[in-house]
Design a binder for this molecule. Structure first.
Ligand code: RP5
Length: 166
């Protein structure tokens, strides 16, 4: 049974959504990934959102672009946390997606990450799951340590070779 549902409005969202899947895999979190358009196939969308709790999802990560109603509509139906990822767009630079996703009415929250923030969406989902899972919490702490290590190594190299040879 998948713990996280990853859903995107179009396969054009895949480069961003795959970053979320990569992080979940790295952390050993099970997920189901779907392409479902709330606008182009509303009946399939409603079926997905209505059955999500029954399927055992604890969090949904929903990504969409432009008039991005998919995350908000997931949140309207699914009673557990929904994390929204606004896609970058060529016409409005992703502000259209961001505003569509983040400006939810009171009572129906969507935890919105940055434009194209696929990895952070998965990390946020992991942190939500880790509130009841010590093993996952330990993996997240290790992940944070590895981020710190990467910065330390970069600085060591800078000190060694100088900025001109970096
Ligand atoms: C949204 O419309 C999708 O999430 C996608 O970001 C955007 C464009 O979709 P395509 O025209 O590329 O299928 O529903």
């Amino acid at each position: 049974m998948a713990q996280v549902g990853i859903v995107m409005g179009s396969d054009s969202d895949m480069p961003v959504m795959s970053k979320a899947a990569d992080i979940l895999e790295q952390l050993g979190i099970s997920y189901e990934m779907r392409i479902i358009s709330a606008h182009r196939e509303p009946d399939e969308f409603f079926e997905y959102a209505k059955s999500a709790e029954e399927k055992g999802f604890k969090v949904i990560i929903a990504g969409a672009g432009m008039a991005a109603h998919l995350p908000g509509m997931c949140a309207a139906i699914f009673p557990l946390p929904v994390i929204g990822i606004p896609m970058h767009t060529t016409s409005l630079g992703g502000r259209d997606s961001l505003y569509s996703i983040v400006q939810m009415p009171t009572g129906i929250p969507v935890a919105t990450v940055a434009i194209n923030g696929g990895a952070n969406a998965a990390l946020l989902a992991a942190k939500i799951l880790a509130t009841g899972d010590d093993e996952l919490l330990a993996k997240l702490k290790e992940y944070s340590r590895s981020l710190k290590e990467a910065v330390v190594e970069k600085d060591e190299r800078l000190q060694e070779v100088g900025y001109k040879n970096y």
